[in-house]
Design a binder for this molecule. Structure first.
Ligand code: ADP
Ligand code: MG
Length: 665
């Protein structure tokens, strides 16, 4: 593959053959049936095969484009093909060649065409890019689907030497494919049935490893002790009375469960599940208050710096006047300065920096679905010196029902906050056509005139931070010079320095900014009560679960809030895209959305729920309750009899590898 290829693969974390074999596709293009050119209709995604009648490059000076035009003919009819800015194609494909093409049929000057289809010369019957179920992989800049597919095709025969690590009994009981066949079939399935079987095996293994790990943690915890925290009733009541709102009864119940748990010396392991905006933070704050009043310490970990800073600000505010010290630990602080306060707040830098965790009674993880199960292990080790483990509390908005949560978080107790704070209004969501853009801008201006603020999220550009930063800057330019020159516009993206991000968020919070243009860095947790409009550009690029998270950034107070979804221009004609986004208009419940998302993704899509949570789940789906339950039971059984996997050496090695793989980013 050459040095250049190797370098690109390395960017994807693929350093050896094994990595390549386990780099799974996220989707298949179904080009399994060959269409006749005479049968083609606009909008269809098809595979055709024919002879090249003519192929030539043209220049369009107006648009500064190179256009390659070809005429392809099968027995039924002929069709024009166009490629943009790929002049080298004429070197590969000549008149008289038989080629196979795959892509969408479109219309140009009242003629059917295919624009920039995948192409492949037909030498034999083995086509890997344009016929059958074609795997699509996540890429990095400079690497194409074709190249990556080719590399994997070249190595796939080596799947045979990858060692099977699932116990034979397990494979048999659950009628799973062996690893070798699963790998072959996930990359190059003959049909969807093969793809499904491969997916089932790989999903099972992934869930099974996760379950083994949680079972081992549970076992380890049952032998450990935690510091006991005496409930400070008077102070807690006073604190609650000082809040500008009344707790909901779910919040009260959850707080009570936690405060009872941490009174015991048995370490708590509890998950608070509540949809975006349900008010999980304040419950965690009540626990931290009690810990501090007991002269013990707590740590709060958040997935992004922006969120950690927000927690720091709001806790400092809530605990004003109390003798409680709070410290924000970011990536940029020096080690020796950190970790003396009653409450430590930070990103995973908290763990990496090796903060001082002496006397740590409670560890809280916010938006826990952004972290892996492995972070649990790290937290267990926080306080080894004292021979205590901290009580563990995690917060998530991943919307799954109780039975499922119990199965997948085998080692956690569950508190669910169902009830939203009173006075919240349903967020009005609207899909906005390009022709309504001006109207939408007027609407935003009106909202700002009445004192509200708005977010504008720029499209997700996968595989290129650079392009993403560029696009968010361009949007910022456009809004601040052309559309809203009279308003204060702010800019936020992941490439900014921490201090600069902090200043922007602070200014937004203090209403020094009217409209914040941002990338997805504000996806989770951000709490700006005064914001009432969430605009999402290129909305189709995000999953429904992500859109739901974004939408959850508004509607966090009594103000009526709005979410405006703008599809990218080129997607406006796609019914599938529009239908998917319309679902957002109709549903406001995260669980319903996640379920529909899965249905809409359809048979050709194979990614699990990395996006709606669970970083380790590359391929397993949260909605595959059966498989989750089976993997949980099987793992529990194995751990019951063989706690440290002495009798399952292969499994033990695999679990070790897996842990390394999923360690905190
Ligand atoms: P999430 O569950 O998404 O983390 P937060 O804890 O950030 O939600 O709470 C969202 C907002 O609602 C915050 O501004 C918080 O102060 C406010 N809030 C929390 N509980 C209540 C309540 N019972 N009544 C009114 N507002 C509340
Ligand atoms: Mg939150």
């Amino acid at each position: 593959m050459g040095a250049v290829g190797a370098k690109l693969l390395k960017k994807l974390g693929l350093e050896n053959i094994q990595d390549l074999l386990f780099y799974l596709p996220f989707r298949y293009d179904d080009f399994s049936s060959l269409s006749k050119i005479s049968d083609l209709k606009v909008g269809q995604i098809v595979n055709i095969r024919g002879e090249v009648q003519l192929i030539q490059n043209k220049r369009s000076f107006k648009k500064r484009l190179n256009i390659t035009e070809a005429l392809i003919n099968d027995e039924s009819d002929s069709i024009k093909i166009i490629w943009f800015n790929q002049p080298f194609i004429v070197k590969n494909i000549k008149t008289g060649d038989i080629i196979s093409l795959a892509g969408r049929v479109s219309e140009s000057q009242e003629q059917l065409t295919m624009s920039s289809p995948q192409y492949e010369k037909v030498y034999s019957n083995e086509l890997i890019h344009t016929q059958g179920l074609i795997p699509n992989y996540h890429l990095t800049e400079g690497l194409t689907q074709k190249q990556l597919r080719y590399f994997i095709k070249q190595t796939i025969h080596l799947a045979g030497v990858v060692e099977e690590w699932l116990p034979a009994k397990t494979i048999k009981t659950f009628e799973l494919l062996n690893l070798k066949d699963a790998l072959k079939q996930i990359h190059f399935p003959k049909n969807l049935i093969e793809a499904e079987a491969a997916k089932k095996r790989l999903a099972f293994s992934e869930l099974f490893l996760r379950q083994l790990k949680s079972q081992m943690i549970k076992k380890e915890l049952s032998e450990q002790k935690a510091l006991t925290i005496k409930f400070q009733e008077k102070a807690t009541r006073e604190f609650v009375a000082s809040l500008p709102f009344q707790l909901t009864s779910d919040q009260k119940k959850t707080a009570w469960e936690i405060l009872k748990d941490i009174e015991k010396s048995r370490p708590m392991s509890r998950l608070i599940e509540g949809d975006v905006g349900s008010g999980k933070t304040i419950v965690a704050v009540m626990a931290m208050l009690n810990v501090a009043l007991n002269k013990k310490r707590s740590a709060l970990m958040a997935p992004t710096e922006i969120l950690a800073e927000q927690h720091f600000r709001s806790l400092s505010n809530l605990f004003k006047g109390l003798d409680i010290s709070i410290e924000l630990i970011t990536g940029s602080k020096k080690n020796k300065e950190i970790g003396k306060s009653d409450i430590l707040i930070g990103t995973h830098a908290l763990i990496q920096k090796g903060a001082n965790f002496q006397n740590l009674a409670l560890a809280i993880v916010d938006e826990q679905h952004r972290f892996g199960v492995n972070q649990r292990q790290k937290i267990l080790d926080f306080n080894k010196k004292d021979n205590f483990v901290p009580h563990f509390l995690s917060l998530t908005a991943t919307p799954i029902p109780r039975s499922l949560a119990l199965a997948i978080y085998g080692d956690l107790e569950l508190s669910i906050i169902k009830e939203m704070p009173i006075g919240r209004k349903k967020i009005i969501t609207k899909l906005v056509k390009e022709s309504e853009r001006k109207k939408a801008y007027n609407f935003i201006r009106q909202q700002i005139k009445t004192g509200r603020q708005a977010f504008v999220i720029c499209p997700l550009i996968e595989d290129s931070d650079q392009l993403e930063t560029k696009s968010v800057k361009a949007e910022y330019e456009k809004l601040s010079t052309e559309i809203f020159p009279d308003l204060k516009i702010g800019l936020l993206h992941g490439k900014m320095k921490s201090v600069d991000k902090e200043i922007v968020m602070k200014n937004f919070l203090e209403k020094k900014i009217d409209i914040l243009v941002s990338t997805s860095v504000i996806e989770v947790g951000v709490d700006i009560q005064n914001a009432s409009v969430m605009v999402i550009e290129g909305a189709e690029r995000f999953g429904l679960a992500q859109l739901h998270q974004f939408r959850g950034r508004v509607g966090r107070s009594e103000h009526q809030s709005y979410c405006l979804l703008f599809p990218s221009q080129e997607e406006i004609g796609s019914e599938k895209t529009i239908d998917r986004l319309k679902v957002m208009e109709k549903y406001s419940d995260g669980f319903a959305l996640a379920k529909i998302d899965l249905k809409l993704r359809g048979a050709g899509e194979i990614y699990g729920d990395t996006q709606s949570g669970f970083p380790e789940l590359q391929i397993a789906s949260l909605f595959d309750y059966e498989l989750i339950k089976k993997s949980a039971d099987e793992a529990a059984e194995i751990i019951k009899e063989d706690t440290s996997l002495k009798e399952h050496p292969l499994l033990k090695i695999k679990l070790g590898e897996w842990e390394k793989l999923i360690h905190l980013e």
